[in-house]
Design a protein around this ligand. Structure first.
Ligand code: KG4
Ligand code: ZN
Length: 345
């Protein structure tokens, strides 16, 4: 099964060719995030124009890189939502057109299922539909710029949502924190770089929802605490202490994510494997903290950083899982939608 994946939900234009849901033959990503370095976030209109400009060359490069032609594909997979509507429409209209012209079946993929499927790429973990050495249930954390969710996955395409963020997403906390610190967008890599020489214990941030009996997340309090810390400090001190402040703020976000996963693991002792996906899974400090704090569980991250942030390979992987577990239902007609509830996963 060879699938062409297309992902255009935000400011990345990506196309990939993936075999059997796991072998990545090509994964092309045109990211325009540097266009938003100074704006503190993505400007939807600008992102959509870039999508229009990039989509066809990116698909052509993906086919070329995989050394395949359209008649050697079995299906096309595209992100149907959620995300920025016009960006999504560029991807889905292109995918619908190509599916007609090339006579290929089309799979609409929920963006979050794409992230959840990113751990199957190139990890030697399993091949959807060809047997599965991974032991379900899996505890899965998706931590991105737009979503933060804790899942108990019972199969590749099914599971129970244990908790989600009540306000900002984890990546958004990095992005908004970076804007407060005068660092560029995207904030995650910028804060991680600034934190490299800092002391994560220099400033104490609260641990969100510490006493609440829930698997939910909350990041807006951390952002407010950072805002007050910066308000009360002198600007010369801030410049001098930037690495310490960035390191402490990064520590606080990672401690909250780790705390939720530790709760999930103790509430579900049957879970042997923990997967962490999404842009924030690229964070090295988070990875190290999780390795320390979740002993006895197999921790699985996407095989490369490119599979953490938005990419089309994960969309093709998710489509392979949908076809393996839902058969022809995977090819059902779908709508493109900016806000797609999680039960449409
Ligand atoms: O998954 P993704 O590419 O897009 C969404 O679906 O939102 O995630 C982007 C988010 C951004 O908020 C970015 O700041 C964050 O992931 N991110 C990171 C790192 N790399 C990207 N956060 C922390 N550390 C990183 N190294
Ligand atoms: Zn994403």
């Amino acid at each position: 099964m060879r699938i062409l994946g297309i992902e255009t939900s935000c400011d990345e234009t990506s196309a990939a060719v993936v075999e059997d849901g796991t072998r990545v033959r090509s994964n092309i990503i045109a990211s325009t995030s540097c266009a938003f370095a100074q704006s503190g976030g993505v400007i939807p209109e600008v992102a959509a124009r870039e999508q229009v400009r990039c989509i066809l060359p990116v698909i052509a490069q993906a086919l070329e890189g995989a050394l395949v032609t359209s008649d050697e594909l079995d299906a096309i997979a595209v992100t149907k939502g959620p995300g920025l509507l016009v960006s999504l429409l560029v991807g889905t209209m292109t995918a619908r057109t190509l599916s007609r012209v090339w006579g290929l079946p089309l799979v609409g993929v929920h963006h979050h299922l794409g992230h959840l499927s990113s751990t199957w790429l190139e990890t030697g973990n399993q091949e959807p539909g060809l047997g599965n050495p991974t032991e379900f249930p899996i505890l899965a954390l998706t931590a991105s710029g737009g979503h933060t969710e804790l899942w108990l996955r019972t199969a590749h395409t099914t599971g129970t949502l244990l908790g989600q963020t009540r306000d900002d997403a984890a990546g958004e906390a990095f992005d908004k924190g970076a804007a407060l610190l005068g660092l560029p967008y995207p904030g995650g890599p910028a804060i991680a770089a600034a934190a490299a020489s800092g002391n994560p214990r220099a400033h104490r941030f609260p641990l969100p929802l510490r006493r609440a009996d829930t698997f939910d997340f909350s990041f807006s309090g951390l952002k407010t605490a950072l805002k007050y810390l910066l308000r009360d400090a002198q600007s010369s001190v801030i410049t001098h202490q930037l690495p310490d402040i960035a390191a402490s703020y990064q520590h606080a976000i990672c401690a909250h994510l780790t705390d939720r996963l530790a709760r999930g693991v103790s509430a579900h002792p049957e879970v042997r494997e923990v997967h962490v996906v999404g842009g924030v899974a690229a964070n090295a400090y988070l990875r190290a903290m999780l390795c320390r704090c979740l002993p006895g569980r197999r921790l699985q991250f996407p095989a490369t950083i490119a599979y953490c942030t938005d990419n089309a390979a994960m969309i093709a992987a998710a489509a392979a899982c949908l076809i393996a577990e839902r058969g022809n239902l995977a090819f059902a007609p779908f709508e493109t939608s900016a806000s797609l509830p999680l039960h449409y996963l």
